[in-house]
Design a protein around this ligand. Structure first.
Ligand SMILES: *Cc1c(COP(=O)(O)O)cnc(C)c1O
Length: 481
């Protein structure tokens, strides 16, 4: 809720009540120390039973609404021609005003098909910022990603409300340098995942679209984190504050030739899909759906998920619904700032992002400060975050490290999942950790996979710093968990 006034200090106020709950366990730090060692000091490899607050991601773990659960019961189970499919397609057409829809099992499947059809060897894909799976699919097909985010986008602290904007001058220069024929498409990512959930402005998207149209280059929107971006346009872009969320959505869609999304985020379900404006392009992509995903009326999703997605997309147009994440994230960010913890500002969507470069300014980037901080946060609070730094990059072809622009630990706040007291607990433990940050040191690989190494790579600490940190925790918290 955005426009409610408080007599005292404002708090983010949920406009929903919780009707189904899941019991959590909080293990003592000694057990956590064992669990993270067994997990190769990679939070992706932790078992959920060893985690108290799972802030790894917002993917597929957002809370569903009563209406979504009810809709699952009327799903039409058939391999081909399911009513469920037509209801979803109709809803997407209504919201985005685009004719053609292809269902996929999740967001990266759209990237797979998109890259296979549009990316040729040597071609270039300019984007505001990359996402891990996006970049892998484009490079797998021989293309190169060019990130042309505005300079401010990579500054940790800033007052720029739209750090996800594309640098229009750089886009123009890039098109002139390579010629439009070499550019497969321009990609705009809503709520830029890897740099702190930072939105783009509608004005910026419209400028990108004008350049694309002038050179007949398709504009592709990655709408996975659209919900947050919609909220930020509504609340931060002065000239659009009187537009409804539906109207903003339609303006964004009108700029795009293709819109794809992960429904694990957008719509709070699982699955994904792609909307396409051009019929010829749709027909080319359509052929790949039965090959990689499933028949055209389910695309690898269960019909139940598709019904829930139809409702979830509709609910995304409700400002009360889409404000919950950003308001909680802003609260957590501001509380951490008060405790002196370096965080990404302004607060974005998706989660609260801690700047590990500053938090652990004594740990060299080659020793993965963000990875080490994620381990330390798990030790300190049984809170599972995600490394978004050098570990999440791929090595260069010559084997050298591709040092990341930012070293972040993302603490995702899946929508409608955590309470404010849980957020306060996380703030407390991270503030303690910040006071004791000199005890934390780096990590090194024990087993390093070649592709997407952050998912299942195993690491070890460069010294016995984890034991020292555990001992200090025991001293400060006595026999508390
Ligand atoms: C999650 C995500 C994807 C990939 O979607 P999956 O459903 O996880 O495959 C692509 N782009 C962005 C911006 C994302 O956040």
């Amino acid at each position: 809720m955005t426009n409610i006034k408080f007599f005292g200090d404002p708090v983010p106020l949920e406009m929903h009540k919780v009707r189904i709950v899941q019991k959590l366990t909080l293990q003592p730090i000694e057990k956590r120390a064992e669990a993270i060692s067994e997990a190769g000091n990679n939070t992706f490899l932790l078992k959920n039973r060893d985690v108290f607050l799972d802030m790894l991601t917002d993917s597929g773990v957002n809370a569903m609404s009563d209406r979504q659960l009810a809709a699952m019961m009327i799903a039409d189970d058939s391999y081909a021609g399911s009513e469920t499919h037509y209801r979803l397609e109709q809803k997407l057409r209504e919201l985005f005003d685009m004719q053609y829809f292809l269902p996929t099992h999740q967001g990266r499947a759209c990237e797979h098909i998109l890259s296979k059809v549009l990316v040729k060897p040597e071609s270039i894909v300019p984007m505001n910022y990359h996402f891990t799976t996006t970049k892998s699919h484009i490079t797998l097909n021989g293309g190169t990603v060019e990130e042309i985010i505005i300079d401010e986008g990579l500054k940790v602290t800033s007052s720029n409300p739209f750090k996800g904007n594309m640098d229009i001058g750089k886009l123009d220069a890039l098109i002139k340098q390579h010629g439009p024929a070499k550019i497969s498409f321009v990609r705009m990512e809503a709520g830029t995942n890897l740099i702190g959930g930072q939105p783009f402005a509608l004005d910026n998207l419209e400028k990108v679209q004008m350049l694309c149209r002038e050179h007949s280059i398709p504009l592709v929107l990655d709408a996975s984190l659209l919900a947050d971006n919609l909220y930020f346009i509504k609340t931060r872009e002065e000239k659009y504050k009187n537009l409804t969320i539906e109207e903003i959505t339609r303006r964004i869609a009108a700029c795009s030739d293709i819109i794809y999304f992960s429904a694990r985020k957008l719509g709070c379900v699982r699955g994904g899909g792609m909307l396409i404006r051009d019929k010829a392009l749709f027909l080319k992509m359509r052929g790949l759906i039965p090959l990689f995903e499933g028949f055209l009326t389910y695309g690898g999703m269960s019909v139940r998920e598709m019904e829930a997605m139809t409702i979830g997309l509709e609910e995304t147009m409700d400002e009360d619904m889409i404000s919950q994440g950003p308001l909680f994230i802003a609260y957590m960010t501001e509380e951490l700032q008060k405790a002196g913890v370096p965080v990404i500002t302004p607060p974005g969507g998706l989660g609260c992002h801690i700047d590990a470069k500053q938090f652990l300014d004594h740990v060299p980037q080659e020793q993965y400060p963000a990875g080490a901080l994620a381990v330390a946060i798990y030790l300190a609070g049984s809170i599972r975050g995600m490394e978004r730094g050098t570990l999440s990059e791929q090595r260069n072809p010559d084997g050298s490290e591709q040092l990341s622009n930012m070293e972040l630990v993302r603490l995702a706040l899946p929508r409608r999942v955590f309470t404010l007291s849980q957020v306060k607990y996380a703030v407390d433990r991270i503030s303690w950790l910040h006071q004791n940050r000199r005890l934390i040191e780096g990590l090194e690989f024990e087993e390093e996979p070649e592709i997407l190494r952050f998912f299942f790579g195993r690491l070890k600490p460069v010294s016995d710093w984890k034991n020292k940190l555990t001992a200090k925790f025991r001293k400060d918290f006595d026999d508390s968990l």
